[in-house]
Write a protein that binds this ligand. Sequence first.
Ligand code: NAX
Length: 326
Amino acid sequence: SKSPIRVAVTGAAGQITYSLLFRIASGAMFGPDQPVILQLIEVPVEKAMKALEGVAMELDDCAFPLLKGMVLTDDPRVGFKDANWSLLVGAKPRGPGMERADLLKDNGKIFISQGKIIDEVAAEDARVAVVGNPANTNCMIAASQAKRLPAERFTAMVRLDQNRAQAQLAKKAGVDLTTVKNIFIYGNHSPTMFPAFGHATIGGKPATEVITDSAWLQGPYCETVGKRGAAIIAARGLSSAASAANALIDHVRDLTTPGAIHSIAVKSNGLYGFDASVWAGMPVRTTTPGSYEVITGYTMDDFAKSKIAATNKELVEERAAVADML
Ligand code: NAX
């Protein structure tokens, strides 16, 4: 049988992880024959560590056959030690009246430190996936600190946006959502993101031939996907949690499944009109487990180009706000 992989998770007593950890331990992320050891990281605050103990008690109480051990810690050096995957979910939320630049800087400090430590102590094959917002820029910051690990090992999550886009297109077309394919998210995980429909297919046909209302695609569709996070908060009083956890399951599962085609935020290298050193959502094909190539063949019309320019501008501004920290 396989030896366990070590999965470090930050924000381990938060609401996303309360859905996430149970699914990792049940095999949904790495498969039904892959044992895992969870290395759970929280902040050094009594309330957080106490809550984390409660989560670990519940994980015990699930008697998951694949869960071979747990580490509970407020020391990232312990938590990231020998980790094969580091899932960076914890982040500082935006407080009332807080400026965006301050949010970027406060999170910058966290991700500089975590990037450095992961680079020093994580496993040889370490992979990092960032969920904590602002996810793209946090990922860029963490990667900037790595001397050992290549930048390609650091990805940020745009999969929740992809899943939202797929569901909206299926609903509009009145089809089963499994028939909707090649939905890709370009750019930032923020309302500026571009949920491209130009290369999507529905039942094997171009989506734009099935949904001929281009005003809907360019307007309400992009807007609904872009503002879905805010709509969830307005309805639920809390931000997306189970769907975010589910999206991270999809992100890592597809990134460890050769041949899978999906969207992740990666170092752009100048592709699709993005600035070379921002982390932008892109279509990728998984090559070997944990590695990918960006799918480069897609042409963009003027609408797509303008959407990409807008989300790229935001990413460049976010990087500029933290440039002095890198
Ligand atoms: P919660 O506030 O419920 O949980 C966050 C947890 O992280 C807290 O328990 C906190 O103590 C911990 N934490 C903070 N800083 C930490 C650090 N330096 N090391 C370890 N733990 C730390 O937030 P939750 O709703 O779970 O959301 C977590 C993050 O995901 C937020 O930044 C949120 O904005 C982001 N999201 C990103 C999404 C995406 O698609 N990329 C979608 C969902 C979500 O909004």
